[in-house]
Design a protein around this ligand. Sequence first.
Ligand code: NAD
Ligand code: MG
Length: 390
Amino acid sequence: MVRRVSIFGSTGSIGCNTVGLIAAEPDAYDVVALTGGRNVAKLAKQSRDLNADLAVTAHDDCYGDLKDALAGTGVEVAAGAEALTDAAERPADWVMSAIVGAAGLPPGLTALRHGTTLALANKESLVTAGRLLMQTAKDHGATVLPVDSEHSAVFQGLVGEDIAAVERVIITASGGAFRDWPDEKLASATLAEASSHPNWDMGQRITIDSASLFNKALELIETHEYFGIDPDRIEALVHPESLVHALVGFRDGALMAHIGPPDMRHAIGYALHWPDRRDLPVDRLDLAQIGQLTFRAPDERRYPALRLAREVMKAGGLSGAVFNGAKECALDGFIAGRIGFLDMAEIVEDVLTKVTRDSHMMAEFTLENVTEADRMARSVTMDIIQSRQG
Ligand code: NAD
Ligand code: MG
């Protein structure tokens, strides 16, 4: 049976890996929509190669270029945030959510309302609106499959198990670019230094978030939101080799570890073929050659992001949206050279305190309120960055 698929964020790191897996079996898929940002040439090439029905750029000012690049191909072209959500209205059996940031939430929610299977790489939508996302899936008989490597690993560890028998979940962290740096060097870490990951090849934003451990902070919240596991039962563990992706601990003391190469095509391919397992073009590990796997506790003093994630999980409500919005905006500030590496966590903490104090964080959990919490967090973050510079 030919499956209808759409890929949101097809030009990114996860998106390109997804396109690669689909392109390898052209007869098995009918590509409905591909979406990207300013990388018009790449989006146009993917759309041609996969013979997509529709190509959407998130930016209105890229419309003309995309239209020109796809002239005569029969691929329909659209632009803008609304066009992204419209693209998610088109019936598809499987949708990859691989936009980076909270911008991935509206198309994901729309796809779920159509009862589709949503492969979720966009962790920000679980952090900002996990409850809404999971409830929408439930209400419409849709399925959400985690594509983050750790969460795919936990998901696989739970196949055939009773969630009530789970005592704890451990997600691993490489430790990021600065894991072996002395504390005093961190404040002056540059953008280039933060943008290079020791083990994984990923988009720039998640790579920097790995260096600050904000990525792991988001993933703790993601674990809580997706699996409904109590925050006290979720642990982060530094594992520099990035081969064990997660472990599920059961009430009888057993720990089930998921081990595999640091290659996102595994988690993407697992979600693509679920509930089956199919051949995937990833390296096979030679454990005898690897010899040893090492683990250590993360330093929560050095990486306040982990502590902040625990506070967010405890507070619940819209605090996840505030946390993520502030983090995205502080990251923009670091990328633009306006603030230093350590300022990001300081500012996010400040914003969390301010916004959760000044607003009605217990407000009803609707998309409008999530969007408002996100907007407010970004605005307060921008003010703080401005005042630090001035
Ligand atoms: P990336 O930066 O490489 O790609 C992001 C994609 O989103 C691109 O197609 C870009 O055009 C699009 N995009 C960016 N901003 C947008 C906006 N405002 N509106 C619409 N589209 C926009 O990112 P990535 O590394 O592929 O990560 C994608 C998502 O997957 C993120 O949520 C990330 O946390 C998650 N993730 C990535 C990896 C990885 O290995 N790269 C692993 C686990 C989870
Ligand atoms: Mg991950």
